[in-house]
Design a protein around this ligand. Structure first.
Ligand code: DLL
Length: 424
Protein backbone atom coordinates (compact mmCIF):
# COMPACT_ATOMS: atom_id res chain seq x y z
CA UNK A 1 0.00 0.00 0.00
CA UNK A 2 1.41 3.39 -0.86
CA UNK A 3 1.10 6.10 1.71
CA UNK A 4 2.13 9.68 2.14
CA UNK A 5 4.44 10.99 4.79
CA UNK A 6 4.97 14.37 6.35
CA UNK A 7 8.53 13.48 7.30
CA UNK A 8 9.57 10.42 5.26
CA UNK A 9 13.06 10.18 6.69
CA UNK A 10 11.93 10.05 10.33
CA UNK A 11 8.72 8.07 9.77
CA UNK A 12 10.44 5.24 7.90
CA UNK A 13 13.89 5.07 9.51
CA UNK A 14 15.15 1.60 10.38
CA UNK A 15 14.49 0.12 13.80
CA UNK A 16 18.21 0.35 14.63
CA UNK A 17 18.25 4.02 13.74
CA UNK A 18 15.18 4.64 15.91
CA UNK A 19 16.81 2.83 18.84
CA UNK A 20 20.05 4.79 18.66
CA UNK A 21 18.15 8.07 18.32
CA UNK A 22 16.09 7.11 21.38
CA UNK A 23 19.27 6.20 23.31
CA UNK A 24 20.75 9.61 22.59
CA UNK A 25 17.58 11.51 23.29
CA UNK A 26 16.87 9.67 26.53
CA UNK A 27 20.32 10.66 27.83
CA UNK A 28 19.74 14.27 26.79
CA UNK A 29 16.26 14.56 28.32
CA UNK A 30 17.41 13.01 31.60
CA UNK A 31 20.20 15.59 31.79
CA UNK A 32 17.76 18.37 30.90
CA UNK A 33 15.22 17.64 33.64
CA UNK A 34 17.97 17.00 36.21
CA UNK A 35 19.75 20.25 35.45
CA UNK A 36 16.64 22.41 35.16
CA UNK A 37 14.17 21.31 37.82
CA UNK A 38 14.50 20.46 41.50
CA UNK A 39 11.44 18.14 41.56
CA UNK A 40 12.96 15.88 38.92
CA UNK A 41 16.41 16.17 40.53
CA UNK A 42 15.04 15.03 43.91
CA UNK A 43 13.39 11.99 42.28
CA UNK A 44 16.66 10.83 40.76
CA UNK A 45 18.64 11.67 43.89
CA UNK A 46 16.24 9.54 45.94
CA UNK A 47 17.33 6.55 43.83
CA UNK A 48 21.00 7.62 43.95
CA UNK A 49 20.86 8.06 40.20
CA UNK A 50 22.90 10.60 38.27
CA UNK A 51 21.97 11.44 34.66
CA UNK A 52 25.19 9.72 33.54
CA UNK A 53 23.80 6.41 34.88
CA UNK A 54 21.16 6.49 32.14
CA UNK A 55 23.18 5.48 29.11
CA UNK A 56 20.23 4.58 26.93
CA UNK A 57 16.97 2.67 26.64
CA UNK A 58 18.37 -0.35 28.44
CA UNK A 59 18.49 1.76 31.62
CA UNK A 60 15.01 3.27 31.38
CA UNK A 61 13.62 0.87 33.99
CA UNK A 62 15.94 2.41 36.59
CA UNK A 63 14.09 5.73 36.41
CA UNK A 64 11.10 6.27 38.70
CA UNK A 65 7.62 6.46 37.16
CA UNK A 66 5.40 9.51 37.55
CA UNK A 67 1.60 9.87 37.56
CA UNK A 68 -1.29 12.28 37.21
CA UNK A 69 -1.10 12.81 40.99
CA UNK A 70 2.38 14.31 40.57
CA UNK A 71 0.98 16.79 38.05
CA UNK A 72 -1.84 17.69 40.42
CA UNK A 73 0.48 18.13 43.37
CA UNK A 74 2.78 20.18 41.15
CA UNK A 75 0.09 22.71 40.17
CA UNK A 76 0.69 25.18 38.61
CA UNK A 77 4.31 25.01 37.37
CA UNK A 78 6.32 23.07 39.95
CA UNK A 79 7.59 20.58 37.35
CA UNK A 80 8.34 23.12 34.62
CA UNK A 81 11.91 22.88 33.34
CA UNK A 82 12.07 26.30 31.70
CA UNK A 83 11.91 29.91 32.80
CA UNK A 84 8.35 31.28 32.75
CA UNK A 85 9.38 33.78 30.10
CA UNK A 86 10.06 30.90 27.68
CA UNK A 87 6.47 29.59 27.98
CA UNK A 88 4.25 30.57 25.05
CA UNK A 89 1.07 28.55 25.67
CA UNK A 90 -0.54 26.21 28.17
CA UNK A 91 -3.29 23.61 28.21
CA UNK A 92 -5.06 21.99 31.08
CA UNK A 93 -7.34 19.08 31.85
CA UNK A 94 -9.35 18.80 35.00
CA UNK A 95 -10.54 15.19 34.96
CA UNK A 96 -13.03 13.80 37.43
CA UNK A 97 -11.43 15.07 40.64
CA UNK A 98 -11.32 18.66 39.42
CA UNK A 99 -7.67 19.34 40.36
CA UNK A 100 -6.03 20.62 37.20
CA UNK A 101 -3.23 19.01 35.24
CA UNK A 102 -1.27 21.79 33.52
CA UNK A 103 1.01 21.45 30.50
CA UNK A 104 3.18 24.46 29.58
CA UNK A 105 4.74 24.76 26.09
CA UNK A 106 7.79 26.57 24.74
CA UNK A 107 8.00 27.60 21.09
CA UNK A 108 9.97 24.38 20.47
CA UNK A 109 7.20 22.32 22.12
CA UNK A 110 4.53 23.90 19.91
CA UNK A 111 6.62 23.02 16.85
CA UNK A 112 7.04 19.45 18.11
CA UNK A 113 3.25 19.20 18.57
CA UNK A 114 2.67 20.66 15.10
CA UNK A 115 5.08 18.11 13.62
CA UNK A 116 3.34 15.12 15.31
CA UNK A 117 -0.07 16.40 14.24
CA UNK A 118 1.04 17.17 10.68
CA UNK A 119 2.24 13.55 10.40
CA UNK A 120 -1.23 12.42 11.51
CA UNK A 121 -3.04 14.59 8.97
CA UNK A 122 -0.79 13.36 6.19
CA UNK A 123 -1.15 9.75 7.35
CA UNK A 124 -4.95 10.14 7.11
CA UNK A 125 -4.60 11.26 3.50
CA UNK A 126 -5.01 15.03 3.91
CA UNK A 127 -3.41 17.11 1.14
CA UNK A 128 -1.96 20.63 1.54
CA UNK A 129 -4.73 23.15 0.98
CA UNK A 130 -7.51 20.80 2.14
CA UNK A 131 -10.03 22.40 4.47
CA UNK A 132 -9.95 20.99 7.99
CA UNK A 133 -12.94 21.51 10.24
CA UNK A 134 -11.80 21.71 13.85
CA UNK A 135 -14.71 20.99 16.18
CA UNK A 136 -13.20 20.91 19.71
CA UNK A 137 -13.23 24.23 21.54
CA UNK A 138 -10.21 26.55 21.34
CA UNK A 139 -9.54 26.71 25.05
CA UNK A 140 -7.83 24.91 27.87
CA UNK A 141 -8.71 21.48 26.40
CA UNK A 142 -5.82 20.65 24.08
CA UNK A 143 -7.99 19.36 21.20
CA UNK A 144 -8.79 22.58 19.33
CA UNK A 145 -5.27 24.04 19.42
CA UNK A 146 -3.61 20.70 18.66
CA UNK A 147 -5.58 20.19 15.48
CA UNK A 148 -4.81 23.85 14.69
CA UNK A 149 -1.02 23.69 15.21
CA UNK A 150 -0.81 20.57 13.03
CA UNK A 151 -2.88 22.19 10.30
CA UNK A 152 -0.51 25.17 10.32
CA UNK A 153 2.52 22.89 10.09
CA UNK A 154 1.03 20.98 7.19
CA UNK A 155 -0.48 23.91 5.30
CA UNK A 156 -4.18 23.16 5.61
CA UNK A 157 -7.02 25.70 5.39
CA UNK A 158 -8.42 25.91 8.94
CA UNK A 159 -12.18 26.11 9.50
CA UNK A 160 -12.06 26.77 13.26
CA UNK A 161 -15.70 26.14 14.13
CA UNK A 162 -14.96 25.09 17.72
CA UNK A 163 -17.66 23.32 19.68
CA UNK A 164 -21.43 23.71 19.44
CA UNK A 165 -24.05 24.96 16.97
CA UNK A 166 -23.80 21.79 14.93
CA UNK A 167 -26.30 22.81 12.25
CA UNK A 168 -24.27 25.95 11.49
CA UNK A 169 -21.07 23.89 11.40
CA UNK A 170 -22.63 21.59 8.83
CA UNK A 171 -23.71 24.51 6.68
CA UNK A 172 -20.18 25.97 6.78
CA UNK A 173 -18.66 22.58 5.99
CA UNK A 174 -20.89 22.36 2.91
CA UNK A 175 -20.46 25.99 1.79
CA UNK A 176 -16.65 25.89 1.99
CA UNK A 177 -16.10 22.24 1.13
CA UNK A 178 -14.47 20.82 4.28
CA UNK A 179 -12.48 17.67 3.51
CA UNK A 180 -11.18 16.70 6.96
CA UNK A 181 -13.40 16.52 10.04
CA UNK A 182 -11.72 16.45 13.47
CA UNK A 183 -12.96 16.16 17.03
CA UNK A 184 -13.85 13.97 19.98
CA UNK A 185 -15.66 10.71 19.26
CA UNK A 186 -18.97 11.79 20.84
CA UNK A 187 -19.09 14.81 18.58
CA UNK A 188 -18.91 12.62 15.49
CA UNK A 189 -22.00 10.90 16.87
CA UNK A 190 -23.72 14.22 17.52
CA UNK A 191 -23.04 15.31 13.94
CA UNK A 192 -24.68 12.13 12.63
CA UNK A 193 -27.76 12.90 14.69
CA UNK A 194 -28.04 16.50 13.51
CA UNK A 195 -27.59 15.52 9.86
CA UNK A 196 -30.48 13.15 10.34
CA UNK A 197 -32.72 15.48 12.37
CA UNK A 198 -32.29 18.51 10.12
CA UNK A 199 -32.12 16.55 6.86
CA UNK A 200 -28.97 18.43 5.85
CA UNK A 201 -26.79 17.32 2.94
CA UNK A 202 -23.62 15.43 3.80
CA UNK A 203 -20.54 17.73 3.55
CA UNK A 204 -17.77 16.58 1.18
CA UNK A 205 -15.51 15.27 3.97
CA UNK A 206 -13.16 12.47 2.95
CA UNK A 207 -11.69 11.64 6.34
CA UNK A 208 -12.60 11.99 9.99
CA UNK A 209 -9.97 12.10 12.74
CA UNK A 210 -11.47 11.39 16.15
CA UNK A 211 -10.20 10.51 19.60
CA UNK A 212 -10.17 11.51 23.27
CA UNK A 213 -12.52 8.62 24.11
CA UNK A 214 -12.56 4.86 23.69
CA UNK A 215 -13.86 3.94 20.33
CA UNK A 216 -15.08 0.39 19.62
CA UNK A 217 -14.64 -1.04 16.13
CA UNK A 218 -18.41 -1.23 15.73
CA UNK A 219 -18.73 2.49 16.55
CA UNK A 220 -15.94 3.31 14.08
CA UNK A 221 -17.87 1.50 11.37
CA UNK A 222 -21.07 3.26 12.29
CA UNK A 223 -19.41 6.69 12.11
CA UNK A 224 -17.67 5.81 8.83
CA UNK A 225 -20.97 4.69 7.29
CA UNK A 226 -23.03 7.55 8.74
CA UNK A 227 -20.64 10.31 7.65
CA UNK A 228 -19.35 8.69 4.45
CA UNK A 229 -15.70 9.01 5.52
CA UNK A 230 -12.64 6.97 6.41
CA UNK A 231 -12.29 7.09 10.20
CA UNK A 232 -8.99 7.47 12.08
CA UNK A 233 -8.36 6.98 15.79
CA UNK A 234 -6.05 9.70 17.14
CA UNK A 235 -4.35 9.42 20.51
CA UNK A 236 -2.66 11.81 22.88
CA UNK A 237 -3.14 13.49 26.24
CA UNK A 238 -2.46 16.71 28.11
CA UNK A 239 0.60 15.26 29.88
CA UNK A 240 2.37 14.13 26.69
CA UNK A 241 1.68 17.43 24.95
CA UNK A 242 -1.84 16.89 23.59
CA UNK A 243 -3.80 15.31 20.77
CA UNK A 244 -1.75 13.44 18.17
CA UNK A 245 1.51 13.46 20.14
CA UNK A 246 1.31 9.71 20.70
CA UNK A 247 0.08 8.80 17.23
CA UNK A 248 -2.80 7.48 15.17
CA UNK A 249 -3.70 4.56 12.91
CA UNK A 250 -2.74 4.73 9.23
CA UNK A 251 -4.84 3.74 6.23
CA UNK A 252 -4.09 0.07 6.92
CA UNK A 253 -5.94 0.54 10.28
CA UNK A 254 -3.68 -1.97 11.94
CA UNK A 255 -2.86 -0.30 15.25
CA UNK A 256 -1.81 3.16 16.40
CA UNK A 257 1.60 4.31 15.13
CA UNK A 258 3.51 5.84 18.04
CA UNK A 259 5.97 8.63 17.07
CA UNK A 260 8.99 6.87 18.52
CA UNK A 261 11.52 9.53 17.65
CA UNK A 262 9.63 11.75 20.13
CA UNK A 263 8.32 9.21 22.66
CA UNK A 264 9.40 5.96 24.26
CA UNK A 265 6.48 3.73 25.22
CA UNK A 266 6.56 0.83 27.64
CA UNK A 267 3.66 -1.46 28.54
CA UNK A 268 3.84 -2.30 32.23
CA UNK A 269 1.85 -4.77 34.30
CA UNK A 270 -0.98 -3.02 36.14
CA UNK A 271 0.21 -1.50 39.38
CA UNK A 272 3.77 -2.84 38.91
CA UNK A 273 7.04 -1.68 37.40
CA UNK A 274 7.46 -4.85 35.32
CA UNK A 275 7.09 -4.70 31.53
CA UNK A 276 4.73 -7.27 30.01
CA UNK A 277 5.62 -9.22 26.85
CA UNK A 278 4.65 -7.77 23.49
CA UNK A 279 1.04 -8.70 22.76
CA UNK A 280 0.07 -8.70 26.45
CA UNK A 281 -2.28 -6.06 27.78
CA UNK A 282 -0.93 -3.58 30.31
CA UNK A 283 -0.67 0.10 31.24
CA UNK A 284 0.99 2.39 28.74
CA UNK A 285 3.91 4.33 30.24
CA UNK A 286 5.35 7.19 28.23
CA UNK A 287 8.63 9.13 28.19
CA UNK A 288 8.77 12.25 26.02
CA UNK A 289 12.19 12.68 24.45
CA UNK A 290 11.99 16.09 22.84
CA UNK A 291 9.77 18.33 24.92
CA UNK A 292 11.35 21.25 26.76
CA UNK A 293 8.94 22.89 29.17
CA UNK A 294 7.63 19.80 30.91
CA UNK A 295 8.93 16.48 29.63
CA UNK A 296 7.39 13.36 31.12
CA UNK A 297 9.71 10.62 32.30
CA UNK A 298 7.99 7.24 32.55
CA UNK A 299 4.51 8.73 32.93
CA UNK A 300 1.86 6.14 33.90
CA UNK A 301 -0.96 7.10 31.55
CA UNK A 302 -3.62 4.87 33.13
CA UNK A 303 -4.53 3.74 29.58
CA UNK A 304 -4.62 0.05 28.70
CA UNK A 305 -3.19 -1.29 25.48
CA UNK A 306 -0.71 -3.84 24.11
CA UNK A 307 2.11 -3.79 21.58
CA UNK A 308 0.70 -5.05 18.28
CA UNK A 309 3.79 -5.00 16.09
CA UNK A 310 7.35 -3.73 15.85
CA UNK A 311 7.56 -4.67 12.16
CA UNK A 312 7.35 -2.26 9.26
CA UNK A 313 3.66 -1.54 8.54
CA UNK A 314 2.01 -1.94 5.14
CA UNK A 315 2.16 1.88 4.95
CA UNK A 316 5.97 1.79 5.17
CA UNK A 317 6.25 3.33 8.63
CA UNK A 318 8.56 1.59 11.06
CA UNK A 319 7.58 2.89 14.48
CA UNK A 320 5.96 0.57 17.01
CA UNK A 321 2.21 0.03 16.76
CA UNK A 322 -0.05 -0.38 19.78
CA UNK A 323 -3.69 -1.50 19.93
CA UNK A 324 -6.45 1.11 20.15
CA UNK A 325 -6.96 2.02 23.82
CA UNK A 326 -9.22 -0.54 25.53
CA UNK A 327 -10.02 1.52 28.60
CA UNK A 328 -8.41 3.01 31.66
CA UNK A 329 -6.85 1.05 34.47
CA UNK A 330 -9.56 2.31 36.81
CA UNK A 331 -12.43 1.84 34.30
CA UNK A 332 -12.90 -1.90 34.56
CA UNK A 333 -16.33 -2.79 35.87
CA UNK A 334 -17.07 -5.81 38.01
CA UNK A 335 -20.72 -6.77 38.27
CA UNK A 336 -21.89 -10.11 39.67
CA UNK A 337 -18.33 -11.40 39.52
CA UNK A 338 -17.92 -10.66 35.83
CA UNK A 339 -15.18 -8.23 34.74
CA UNK A 340 -15.73 -6.18 31.64
CA UNK A 341 -14.85 -2.87 29.99
CA UNK A 342 -17.37 -0.23 28.87
CA UNK A 343 -15.91 -0.59 25.36
CA UNK A 344 -17.16 -4.23 25.21
CA UNK A 345 -20.69 -3.08 26.02
CA UNK A 346 -20.44 -0.45 23.28
CA UNK A 347 -19.22 -3.01 20.77
CA UNK A 348 -22.13 -5.36 21.61
CA UNK A 349 -24.76 -2.59 21.48
CA UNK A 350 -23.59 -1.24 18.13
CA UNK A 351 -23.97 -4.69 16.58
CA UNK A 352 -27.74 -4.66 17.17
CA UNK A 353 -29.58 -3.39 14.07
CA UNK A 354 -31.60 -0.25 14.82
CA UNK A 355 -29.61 0.70 17.91
CA UNK A 356 -28.40 4.31 17.74
CA UNK A 357 -25.06 5.62 18.97
CA UNK A 358 -26.01 7.19 22.30
CA UNK A 359 -26.06 4.95 25.35
CA UNK A 360 -25.41 4.86 29.09
CA UNK A 361 -24.16 2.12 31.37
CA UNK A 362 -25.79 2.56 34.76
CA UNK A 363 -24.19 0.72 37.66
CA UNK A 364 -26.73 0.50 40.47
CA UNK A 365 -25.55 -0.39 43.93
CA UNK A 366 -28.16 -1.53 46.46
CA UNK A 367 -26.80 -2.46 49.91
CA UNK A 368 -23.34 -3.00 48.48
CA UNK A 369 -24.58 -5.31 45.70
CA UNK A 370 -23.99 -4.10 42.17
CA UNK A 371 -26.29 -4.51 39.22
CA UNK A 372 -26.08 -3.06 35.76
CA UNK A 373 -28.63 -1.43 33.50
CA UNK A 374 -27.91 -0.35 29.96
CA UNK A 375 -29.94 2.54 28.53
CA UNK A 376 -29.77 2.90 24.81
CA UNK A 377 -31.45 4.98 22.12
CA UNK A 378 -32.90 2.97 19.26
CA UNK A 379 -35.35 3.02 16.38
CA UNK A 380 -38.91 1.74 16.89
CA UNK A 381 -38.96 -2.05 16.84
CA UNK A 382 -35.89 -2.52 19.03
CA UNK A 383 -36.97 -3.92 22.41
CA UNK A 384 -35.30 -4.22 25.81
CA UNK A 385 -35.42 -7.98 25.40
CA UNK A 386 -33.40 -7.79 22.17
CA UNK A 387 -30.76 -5.68 23.91
CA UNK A 388 -30.60 -7.99 26.93
CA UNK A 389 -30.29 -11.10 24.76
CA UNK A 390 -27.45 -9.67 22.71
CA UNK A 391 -25.56 -8.37 25.76
CA UNK A 392 -25.91 -11.78 27.38
CA UNK A 393 -24.36 -13.44 24.33
CA UNK A 394 -21.52 -10.91 24.17
CA UNK A 395 -20.71 -10.47 27.87
CA UNK A 396 -21.82 -13.74 29.42
CA UNK A 397 -24.32 -12.21 31.81
CA UNK A 398 -27.62 -10.43 31.51
CA UNK A 399 -27.88 -6.72 32.32
CA UNK A 400 -31.26 -4.99 32.17
CA UNK A 401 -31.74 -3.21 28.85
CA UNK A 402 -33.95 -0.12 28.54
CA UNK A 403 -34.69 1.34 25.14
CA UNK A 404 -35.29 5.09 24.61
CA UNK A 405 -36.38 7.08 21.55
CA UNK A 406 -33.54 8.96 19.81
CA UNK A 407 -32.68 12.22 21.62
CA UNK A 408 -33.96 11.14 25.05
CA UNK A 409 -30.76 10.26 26.85
CA UNK A 410 -28.57 13.06 28.26
CA UNK A 411 -25.68 14.43 26.21
CA UNK A 412 -22.52 16.21 27.38
CA UNK A 413 -20.45 18.78 25.58
CA UNK A 414 -16.97 17.34 25.03
CA UNK A 415 -16.26 13.82 26.24
CA UNK A 416 -19.34 11.69 26.91
CA UNK A 417 -20.02 10.26 30.35
CA UNK A 418 -20.95 6.69 29.45
CA UNK A 419 -20.82 5.09 32.87
CA UNK A 420 -23.07 6.40 35.63
CA UNK A 421 -23.00 5.13 39.23
CA UNK A 422 -26.21 5.15 41.30
CA UNK A 423 -26.19 4.23 44.97
CA UNK A 424 -29.47 3.42 46.66
O1 DLL B 1 -8.26 13.86 25.13
C1 DLL B 1 -6.42 14.61 23.76
C2 DLL B 1 -7.22 14.39 22.52
C3 DLL B 1 -8.04 15.40 22.04
C4 DLL B 1 -7.13 13.19 21.84
C5 DLL B 1 -8.79 15.21 20.87
C6 DLL B 1 -7.85 12.99 20.66
C7 DLL B 1 -8.68 13.99 20.19
P1 DLL B 1 -6.94 14.67 27.67
O2 DLL B 1 -8.18 15.46 27.87
O3 DLL B 1 -5.76 14.98 28.51
O4 DLL B 1 -6.45 14.78 26.18
O5 DLL B 1 -7.34 13.16 27.89
C8 DLL B 1 -6.42 12.12 27.69
O6 DLL B 1 -8.16 10.62 26.96
O7 DLL B 1 -5.32 9.33 28.72
C9 DLL B 1 -7.13 8.53 27.27
O8 DLL B 1 -7.69 7.96 28.45
C10 DLL B 1 -8.21 9.26 26.52
N1 DLL B 1 -7.96 9.22 25.07
C11 DLL B 1 -7.34 10.13 24.29
N2 DLL B 1 -7.31 9.71 23.00
C12 DLL B 1 -7.92 8.49 22.99
C13 DLL B 1 -8.20 7.51 21.98
C14 DLL B 1 -7.15 14.36 25.07
N3 DLL B 1 -7.88 7.71 20.71
C15 DLL B 1 -7.07 10.78 27.90
N4 DLL B 1 -8.81 6.36 22.37
C16 DLL B 1 -6.14 9.63 27.62
C17 DLL B 1 -9.15 6.14 23.65
C18 DLL B 1 -8.31 8.18 24.32
N5 DLL B 1 -8.93 7.02 24.64
Amino acid sequence: MSDRYHNPQLETMSTDEIRSLQDRRLRAITEHVYARNSWFRARLDARSLAPADIRGLADIGRLPTMSKEDFRAGYPLVMSCVDKTAIVEMHMSSGSTGTPVVMPYTRVDIDQWGECMARCYRMAGADPGDIVQITPSFGLFNGGFGFFHGARSMGLFVLPTGAGNTARQLRLANDFGAKVLTGVVSYAIRIMEVLDEEKLPLPPWKVGIFGAECFSDAMKQKVAGGLGIEVFDIYGMTETGGVGTLGMDCRAHDGLHVWEDHYVVEVLARGADQPVADGQMGELVVTSLTREALPVIRFRTGDLTRVLSRQRCACGRTHVRVAPITGRVDDMLIVKGVNFWPRQVEQALMEIPGVRSNYQIVIEEVDGVRDIRVNVEADPGVTGFMVEKHLKEALGFSPKGDVFAPGQLPRQEGKAQRVVFEKK
